[in-house]
Design a protein around this ligand. Structure first.
Ligand code: ADP
Ligand code: MG
Length: 212
């Protein structure tokens, strides 16, 4: 069996760039979603955090992927307020330890990193399936990536991860929020997409674009 081609540092840097661009583009949309069931800061929060992370990365130009993701995670924790800053920050910090001290990754190593990141979100936020949070998009996406690499290449695996995230995002509309600010609304949160699930879908769409 031939080895799968490695995922390069540059591709993963592109992932971060595409997230950044997507957040600038969808800032208004994410903020509208959060205005409906939260406090309307999700898009602004994340766009600011991603901008700060990109500036740090440009300035420090970390050589290894664990350093790159650690820098992103630390910047998100310190520059993004609200629930999503620590959650996304933890995701990237765990992704950093999950992928290890490397400059390129096998598909399996990226899957390990994504699973570690998801584990960090679970530890931090204690979301359960169906609580109407970012977890409901992230968990199916990470699962789809792992399943995808066992049967195909990273391009198709990341495409199915993005599709799973979008499906998970859409499914949050029917859920009653049980975590975070939206949970204060109870049943009135039904009928609205969770903003964090929407930003996760954006993040996996960016990954699919970077690994296409
Ligand atoms: P805040 O709610 O503090 O204003 P944001 O608006 O930036 O923070 O982020 C809200 C998103 O954070 C929600 O849409 C949800 O996806 C996610 N979230 C909130 N609490 C939790 C939690 N305990 N576990 C997982 N995700 C959560
Ligand atoms: Mg908010």
């Amino acid at each position: 069996m031939r080895d799968a081609p490695a995922i390069s540092y540059e591709q993963l840097l592109n992932w971060l760039r595409f997230i950044d661009e997507g957040l600038i583009e969808q800032r208004g949309f994410l903020t509208e979603l959060d205005a409906a069931i939260g406090d309307g800061d999700h898009g602004t929060n994340l766009a600011r955090g991603a901008g700060a992370a990109s500036s740090k990365v440009d300035a420090e130009q970390p050589e290894y992927l664990d350093e790159l993701f650690k820098l992103v995670g630390m910047t998100l924790v310190s520059s993004v307020g609200g629930a999503s800053g620590p959650l996304y920050g933890t995701f990237f910090l765990r992704l950093a330890t999950g992928v290890g001290h490397r400059q390129e990754l096998t598909p399996e190593q990226l899957a390990d990193g994504l699973e570690a990141g998801l584990g960090g979100v679970v530890e931090r936020g204690k979301p359960e399936p169906g609580d109407k949070t970012m977890y409901d998009a992230m968990a199916p996406a990470v699962r789809a990536f792992r399943a995808g690499i066992s049967s195909g290449d990273v391009a198709s695996a990341s495409r199915s991860a993005a599709d799973a995230a979008a499906e998970g995002r859409n499914a949050t509309a029917d859920m009653v929020a049980r975590k975070g600010r939206a949970s204060y609304l109870g049943d009135r949160s039904v009928g609205h997409i969770d903003p964090g699930a929407a930003s996760v879908a954006l993040m996996f769409e960016a990954l699919a674009a970077a690994l296409a």
